[in-house]
Write a protein that binds this ligand. Structure first.
Ligand SMILES: Nc1ncnc2c1ncn2[C@@H]1O[C@H](COP(=O)(O)OP(=O)(O)OP(=O)(O)O)[C@@H](O)[C@H]1O
Length: 545
C-alpha cells in the first residue's frame, strides 16, 4: 500500500480501488486469502501496465488526429485476396501481395487494428439477468434490439407441456451472439404479452408488430444445450433453393446453394436440418440446409416417382446406387515436386486433344501424357515404350480384368488402353500428367492414390459451336477414316453427350472451361493448371487424411 502511494506514477483509479478494498476488509465476510489475492492483483506491475495501455488508447481515441480512416481492414484484405488470387499466377506483384496478405502476422495486425478502430477494447461484463419474481428465481429477462437482421431463433410448441419453447438458435445470429437465449428455453412473455396458450404463429405476429427493443421473459432450459461448432466442410452435389422447399421449418432461415459449393457445417444437432455457412462467406449467420439423411430420402423418393412415370432410363454408365448429397472435403496443399494429374473430360470432339497438345507444347519437360498400351504388333520404325507399350492380347486382357486400366477400347481388332500405373509413374517422376480419357474413366481416376484435378471441357451452344469449328476448319473426330468437317448431327451429338456428362458427373468437376474461342479456353486451362500447382484446393477429405 505504501509502495503504491509512494509511487506518483501509479494510476489513481487503482489506488482508489485498493483503498476501498481496505475499507471493505472490515465489513465483508471474505477470507484473508481472498483479500490478499485481490490486493496483490491491484498492486501488480502487469495490471498497472495494462491499465496504462488502456488509458492511452482511450485518450488517443479522443484526439482528433488519431482517428482511424477505416475499421474494416480485415475485410478489405479478404476482398483484395479474392481479386488478386486468380491473377497470382500471372503477375509477380499479384503473387507477392497474395502471399503477404495471407501471412498470419499480417492478418493478426489488421485484426488488432480493426479492434482498436472499432473501439472494441472496453471490458464487456456479462449481463446480469434481472430477477423479477422474488420466488421465481429461474426466470430470465432478455432484451434484444430489433433490426433488419432476423433474430436468428425459431420457436415451437413443446409437445409435452404445450408451452412455447425456443426450437433452434441460428449460429452467429443475433440471438446466438447475445449468448442469452438457448435451445429449450420456455417463452413466457414477449414485450409484456403473456404467450401462454398461444401458437408459434401468434408469437411471430407479436414480434413482427414490435419495434425497437424486444423483451423476452424466459424460463431457462435445464443445462445449456449449446451448439458445438464443427469443422466439417462439405461439397454440395445438388442445387438447393429454400424458397421452393415446402418442408423447411423457416424459409427466412434457409441457405441456398448450388452444386459444387463448399459449405461449412456448423451444426448437425438436428437430424433433418443442418446449419451451415457458405465457405468464404463473410456473413457470420448460419442458415438451414437439409441434412444428408433428409436429402437422401428425398432423392430416393424422387427416383421412385420418376421410375413410375418413365420406363426408359439411360443407365448405361450411371451408377444408380450412388446418391449424390454432400461429400466431405478438406484442403489439399500443393506438394513440391508431386503434381496432381490434370484430367480433361468432355464429349468426344469438343477439343480436349487440341488443348492437351497445346499445353504439352508450352513445356515438354514438364507436361507429359502417359504412353498407351496396345496389343497390335509393332510396325517398322516403331520403338517399344515410345509410341506404345506393345504387349500380348492375353496379357492386356488379364490386366484389364484386374482393373489396372483406367480406359481401354478395341480398334480394328486390337486393344488399346492407358494403365493407372503409367499415370502414377509420371506423377512420381515429378511430371504434370495430363489426360483426356473417356468420361467413363472418371470413377477409376478419382481415387486418393491419384488425386486428379478434373476439368470439364464444355461445348458452347449449337450456333457458336458450329461457327467456331467451321471458322477453323475443325476436323471431325467421329469418322476415323475420313478427314472432314463436323456435320450438324455431330454437333448435336456433342451437345447431347455433354448434357449427359453434366448430369452424371457435374458435381465432381473442379473446374469448367467452355471451349468456344480456342485461345480463350487455352488461357483458362493455363490458369487452372497454375492454380493446382500453387494453391490449396478442396478435395475429398479422404484424400488428405
Ligand atoms: N475452340 C475451338 N474452335 C475451333 N476448333 C476447335 C476448337 N477446339 C477444338 N477444335 C478443333 O476441333 C477438332 C476436334 O478436336 P479434338 O480432336 O481436340 O477433340 P477431342 O475432344 O479430343 O475429341 P476426341 O476425343 O474425339 O478425339 C480439331 O480439329 C480441333 O482443332
Amino acid at each position: 500500500m505504501t509502495a503504491v502511494m509512494a509511487n506518483g506514477n501509479w494510476d489513481p483509479a487503482l489506488s482508489r480501488l485498493l483503498a476501498s478494498l481496505e475499507e471493505a476488509r472490515q465489513v465483508l465476510p471474505s477470507s484473508e486469502e481472498e483479500f490478499g489475492f485481490l490486493s496483490d492483483l491491484l498492486q501488480s506491475k502487469e495490471l498497472h501496465a495494462l491499465v496504462k495501455v488502456h488509458n492511452k488508447i482511450i485518450s488517443n481515441g479522443k484526439d482528433e488526429k488519431f482517428h482511424p480512416t477505416l475499421s474494416n481492414s480485415m475485410q478489405i484484405a479478404l476482398e483484395v485476396l479474392d481479386v488478386v488470387g486468380p491473377r497470382a499466377a500471372l503477375r509477380e506483384e499479384c503473387k507477392e501481395i497474395f502471399m503477404l496478405l495471407q501471412k498470419p502476422h499480417i492478418q493478426g495486425l489488421l485484426c488488432a487494428h480493426d479492434a482498436v478502430a472499432q473501439k472494441d477494447y472496453f471490458p464487456r461484463l456479462p449481463e446480469i439477468p434481472l430477477e423479477v419474481d422474488e420466488d421465481e428465481e429461474t426466470i430470465k429477462i432478455v432484451q434484444l434490439v430489433k433490426s433488419n437482421e432476423p433474430l436468428g431463433a425459431t420457436i415451437k410448441t413443446d409437445e409435452e407441456t404445450g408451452k412455447i419453447v425456443i426450437a433452434r438458435i441460428m449460429h452467429g445470429g443475433a440471438a446466438d451472439r447475445s449468448g442469452l437465449i438457448h435451445v429449450g428455453d420456455e417463452v413466457c412473455e414477449v414485450n409484456g404479452i403473456n404467450v401462454e396458450g398461444k401458437t408459434p404463429n401468434d408469437v411471430l405476429k407479436i414480434l413482427q408488430n414490435s419495434e425497437g427493443t424486444i423483451t423476452f421473459k424466459l424460463v431457462p432450459a435445464d443445462g445449456k444445450v449449446g451448439i458445438r461448432e464443427s469443422k466439417v466442410r462439405v461439397r454440395a452435389h445438388f442445387d438447393y433453393s429454400s424458397s421452393t422447399d415446402p418442408y423447411i421449418p423457416c424459409k427466412e432461415a434457409g441457405l441456398d446453394f448450388i452444386k459444387g459449393d463448399v459449405l461449412h457445417i456448423v451444426s448437425q444437432d438436428d437430424a433433418y436440418w443442418w446449419q451451415a455457412r457458405r465457405e468464404g462467406d463473410r456473413n457470420m449467420r448460419a442458415g438451414l440446409i437439409p441434412s444428408r439423411a433428409l436429402q437422401e430420402r428425398r432423392i430416393l423418393h424422387e427416383r421412385t416417382q420418376q421410375d413410375k412415370t418413365s420406363e426408359e432410363a439411360e443407365n448405361d454408365d450411371f451408377d444408380r446406387e450412388e446418391i449424390a448429397t454432400y461429400e466431405e472435403v478438406a484442403k489439399l496443399y500443393p506438394r513440391p515436386g508431386l503434381h496432381r494429374p490434370v484430367v480433361l473430360i468432355g464429349p468426344p470432339g469438343v477439343g480436349r486433344n487440341e488443348l492437351k497438345r497445346r499445353l504439352i507444347a508450352t513445356d515438354q519437360e514438364k507436361y507429359k501424357t502417359p504412353i498407351p498400351y496396345t496389343s497390335r504388333s509393332m510396325r517398322h520404325g516403331e520403338v517399344n515404350g515410345k509410341e506404345y507399350f506393345f504387349v500380348t492380347r492375353e496379357k492386356m486382357e488379364e490386366e484389364i480384368e484386374a482393373g489396372k486400366f483406367i480406359e481401354f477400347g478395341e480398334y480394328k481388332g486390337n486393344l488399346y488402353g492407358t494403365s493407372a500405373e503409367s499415370v502414377k509413374s509420371l506423377v512420381n517422376a515429378g511430371y504434370v500428367c495430363i489426360l483426356n480419357p473417356h468420361y467413363q474413366a472418371l470413377k477409376m481416376l478419382r481415387i486418393p492414390q491419384l488425386k486428379p484435378f478434373l476439368i470439364y471441357i464444355k461445348p458452347p451452344e449449337f450456333d457458336i459451336l458450329k461457327e467456331t469449328r467451321n471458322a477453323c476448319y475443325a476436323r471431325s473426330t467421329f469418322d476415323e477414316n475420313n478427314s472432314r468437317g463436323f456435320t450438324d448431327d455431330e454437333f448435336r451429338e456433342m451437345l447431347h453427350s455433354s448434357e449427359r456428362i453434366e448430369f452424371l458427373y457435374g458435381h465432381l468437376f473442379d473446374k469448367v472451361i467452355e471451349n468456344s474461342d480456342l485461345s480463350t479456353a487455352f488461357e483458362q486451362l493455363l490458369l487452372a493448371v497454375k492454380k493446382v500447382e500453387t494453391e490449396p484446393l478442396w478435395v475429398p477429405a479422404s484424400w488428405v487424411q
